[in-house]
Design a protein around this ligand. Sequence first.
Ligand SMILES: Cc1ncc(COP(=O)(O)O)c(C=O)c1O
Length: 421
Amino acid sequence: MITTIPGLMDRVRDRFAHVEACPFEGPRIFFENAGGALRLKSVIATSSDYAGYPDNQGRDNPASKALMAAIDRGRADMRLFLNAPGGEVFVGESGTEVLFRLIRTAALGAEQGGVMLGSTLEHPASRSAMARWAGVTGRSHVLVPHDDAKGTVSLNAYLEAITPDVRVATIVQTSPVTGMAVDVPAIAAAIRDRAPGAFIIIDGIQHASHGQIDCAAYGADGYAVSPYKVFSRHGYGLGWASDRLTSCAKEQIVDGPDRAWELGTRDAGAYATFSDVVDYFDWLGGEVSDASDRRARVEAAGQAIHDHEARLMQAMLNGTGNLRGLAEMPGVTVIGGIGTDGREGVVSLTLEGMDAGALVTFLATRGIRVHIRKNDHYCGNILGPLGLADCIRVSVCHYNTEAEVARFLTAMEEAIVRSRL
Ligand SMILES: Cc1ncc(COP(=O)(O)O)c(C=O)c1O
């Protein structure tokens, strides 16, 4: 456990920038991790170094060779982080763009006819890409309904919709609104069983910072990560595509390399900053385990992150010290129910008598950064069926502490008093 090793939480926090204070607003607790995690200090330094290099790849000079070595190392680290030995890893414009690219390639490369299968839990990135390419390729886009009460989509719900003619299927690993995880290995196996030729694409964007990604075990064809949600920075998305998906026709320069997914000159700094992320997981894994190989240390870090975040979720919902948790607070409704099982670092809630915008502002006056989620094109799929106009999203990461959760719960008690005035 991160907190049971003396000094480890301080060492963890020391690796990140702006942990305790916002450079614009001053001291605050950062509970907006689902909107973008804190950045590693190493990522900031690497970004600055690479932004300054004028050289390009593919030249016969030491700078160019160094950039190409950083790309090769970044690729190897991405594979290790995703546990994706085959296929190709690549960098795109954003998580959304990587999902569009994987889904477009799959829809155009799959055997004609059939259907495209996703769920109502998905973020609009994958859902919109599926809707668009189902329309373009003349297929229907079948949507598995999620369970409003549990905030997730089950294997059973997928089983009712998987037909042998599924050509492309999407699965979101964790909902960015409810915070609830989805049983990706079981759903991917069920799709593979009934529709062996389907391309399966996983949106791992909300899941990645919580550790433990295993593409080899999912048996999927595509996986997307947004590096700014996993301690790196904005400006690029990370994708993995299986050999089968990689062999489909893709946009590329005429006579360019067939396996390449990237278009144009790559930012070597993107690859180098992802190596910083993997170095961080490797370091943390070494602090919490005796594992001797890099992937085993990444897995150990993922387990430690998961365990610590589960404790924070437990404290937030069921209380800590003499403070009661959200589950017991009058007027508070937690989206997806008050369970902690399968909850990955996110709690979205409403408070009767105070609208979500006012609650975000109130918590800001108490030094706590959270975010409003509205019934709009981003979150309407979750909030609309619940009849909610908005909610607040409180999202933690492993560098947050139980003391910070306690301060949030204290502020919520004050908000409850206000909401009744
Ligand atoms: C599950 C999920 N998918 C996709 C996205 C879109 O990612 P990006 O902002 O990198 O385009 C997000 C962003 O919030 C997300 O949480």
